[in-house]
Write a protein that binds this ligand. Structure first.
Ligand code: FES
Ligand code: FES
Length: 149
């Protein structure tokens, strides 16, 4: 049976190759931090990392992830600078979009440790927040970038 590497652990999964990675992560592996929003790749709630890059897991077939490193919000690490910034700036409202926001931000900071505000806005623009926490999100990414300098 195919194996997925999620947060550094192997998971043997019996799934249709076309099943979206999001379904596998949540329903078969049981990691429910990654959220289902739109299911069509436009809201960002399901964002995870595949080889360190942010992807929309609702649009990635299981077969594309087999044998590759997947990181979910549970695997980011409790001491990540983004968590500290998110807490200090009290970013979440309802919280639903936040795992996807943080995973998107983490991928940005890995590629661009000291991004300009425009880069932050551009990178985060595909992650929707019905509560309108956008200004706090940008501020928190900036704060986290400061910590990693
Ligand atoms: S649930 Fe995947 S982008 Fe919305
Ligand atoms: S905090 Fe509620 S949707 Fe973003």
């Amino acid at each position: 049976m195919p194996a997925l590497i999620i947060n550094g652990k192997d998971h043997t999964v019996d799934a249709d190759p076309n099943m979206p990675l999001l379904w596998v992560i949540r329903d078969l592996v049981g990691l429910t931090g990654t959220k289902y929003g739109c299911g069509i790749g436009v809201c960002g709630a399901c964002t995870v990392h595949l080889h360190g890059k942010a992807v929309r897991s609702c649009k990635v077939p299981f077969s594309e992830a087999v044998g590759h490193d997947v990181t979910t919000i549970e695997g980011l690490g409790d001491d990540h600078a983004l968590y500290r910034a998110w807490t200090q700036l009290n970013v979440p409202s309802c919280g639903f979009c936040q795992p996807g926001q943080i995973m998107q931000a983490a991928a940005l900071l890995r590629q661009h440790p000291d991004p300009e505000d425009e880069e932050i806005v551009q990178s985060m623009s595909g992650n929707l927040c019905r509560c309108g926490a956008y200004q706090r999100i940008v501020a928190a990414v900036r704060a986290a970038a400061g910590v990693t300098r």
